[in-house]
Design a binder for this molecule. Structure first.
Ligand SMILES: [Zn+2]
Length: 431
């Protein structure tokens, strides 16, 4: 996976003019030290560095630094950061200090985990993602399952009926690329109507196999992304717009491009040239990418797009659009069942077979998809909360700031995508 990356250095020299005084220079030095530390952790953990587009010479070392040494340096940076002066009148700068502090704390937690420290699922998500997902009892999903039972009548268990129903909405492989491109085009046009993107932004799409995830955005700097779509399993029609928005517009690609533009280039803040996956940044990244689907296409707009563009591109019966999305809307309400499976599994209450069975029973995953999800949980653990809890936290934050007015969502959403806000800062009235 790493070999696919193209590292593009971004000159910060132009932005460096914004730095004045020894205090600011000290902050720049600490930020640079943090980037190198993230890269050092990446030598122990192949999944840790999600993106890096700083000077290539910062990552040249092939020698693994001892974890204890990395941790001690992180503690030193934290100590110095606490004493750094900051301009309280500059809201973005206040966020910057808080953010870097929390990112470093998360780095120390990940280093401790790599050193063998055991955390519960909730302790881990708090330490790494600055949030804890609510607990749900299995019975809480029964009501949704009963509604689905009514919507999908017929003989046999609900999971079998749902699986058969959904199988009719697979995008034929020969139409996958055209369908996905139609979705990207729609998501991009919708986003461009509301967000000013840096000139030259673009991404490439690749189809890959043998991954635990369904899609991935590898941000490469210079406003470019590589988006990979996993074709291990058949791809359902709803994934076209979901993936195009989530990975592309206004999701990960836009988020990374706006961070690069506003924080790295305009402000000259080096720490945003690196994105450590197991950090609070991921809750904001996944939460905005998922809520971004609804921002771009509120339910009525989504149905229209699916009916008029996406279903025809996939060669599917457009008459079925409303029924399909009624079912999928209910299934979406089972997403927290996935967190419960992961929590119980990580906490050792159930084994892989138990987690698979839980996902089938309460999340309506087919066996093969449940097995893929358990592989994802093995690899990314409590990261799973970033998708649904992240989406809900971002949604509440944006709705509070836009007064529930759909047309006012975009400015609040764009501002969030362009700033270093922590998950704990998303609470209503949050800092
Ligand atoms: Zn994502």
């Amino acid at each position: 996976m790493r070999g696919r990356h193209v590292w593009i250095g971004v000159a910060l020299a132009a932005a460096a003019g914004a730095c004045a005084g020894p205090e600011t220079n000290q902050m720049q030095a600490l930020a640079e030290q943090y980037v190198k530390l993230v890269l050092a952790v990446g030598q122990h953990d192949a999944d840790y560095v999600d993106a890096f587009y700083g000077p290539p010479e910062w990552r040249t070392s092939t020698v693994k630094r001892p974890l204890a040494e990395i941790d001690a340096e992180a503690a030193q940076i934290l100590e110095k950061l606490a004493g750094e002066p900051r301009d309280a009148s500059d809201a973005l700068e206040v966020l910057r200090y808080r953010y870097l502090t929390r990112q470093l704390e998360a780095l120390r937690s990940r280093v401790a985990m790599l050193g063998g420290k055991k955390l519960t699922f909730d302790e881990e998500s708090k330490a790494l993602y600055d949030a804890v997902a609510p607990h749900h009892d299995a019975t809480e999903f029964e009501g949704v399952l009963a509604e689905l039972d009514r919507l999908l009548p017929g003989p046999g268990p609900l999971l079998d009926r749902y699986t058969r129903f959904r199988d009719a909405f697979v995008i034929p492989p020969a139409r996958l690329d055209a369908t996905f491109r139609a979705a990207i085009d729609a998501c991009r046009r919708r986003t461009l109507a509301h967000v000013t993107l840096p000139p030259g932004e673009s991404f490439t799409v690749e189809y890959v196999t043998n991954k635990s995830w369904s899609g991935y955005n590898w941000y490469q700097g210079n406003y470019r992304s590589l988006i990979q779509v996993n074709t291990d399993l058949p791809i359902f029609v709803d994934r076209a717009v979901d993936l195009a928005c989530h990975e592309g517009y206004p999701g990960h690609h836009v988020y990374n491009a706006l961070l690069e533009k506003t924080l790295v280039r305009d402000r000259g803040w080096p720490e945003f040239q690196v994105y450590p996956l197991f950090s609070p940044q991921s809750l904001i990244a996944e939460g905005t990418a998922n809520f971004g689907i609804d921002v771009a296409f509120p339910p009525a707009d989504r149905l229209k797009l699916e009916r008029e563009v996406i279903f025809p591109a996939a060669g599917l019966d457009a008459e079925q659009t409303a029924h399909y999305y009624a079912v999928m809307g209910l299934v979406d309400r089972l997403s927290y069942a996935g967190n419960e499976a992961a929590r119980r599994y990580i906490d050792g209450e159930i084994d892989a077979a138990g987690a698979t069975a839980w996902l089938e029973r309460y999340g309506l995953y087919s066996t093969v998809r449940a097995q893929q999800r358990v592989r994802f949980i093995d690899q990314y653990r409590s990261y799973v909360i970033n998708y649904n809890l992240g989406k809900d936290m971002v949604a509440r934050y944006i709705e509070a700031r836009s007064g529930g007015d759909e047309s006012k969502r975009w400015p609040a959403f764009t501002e969030l995508l362009s700033s270093p806000r922590l998950p704990s800062g998303l609470a209503v009235g949050g800092k």
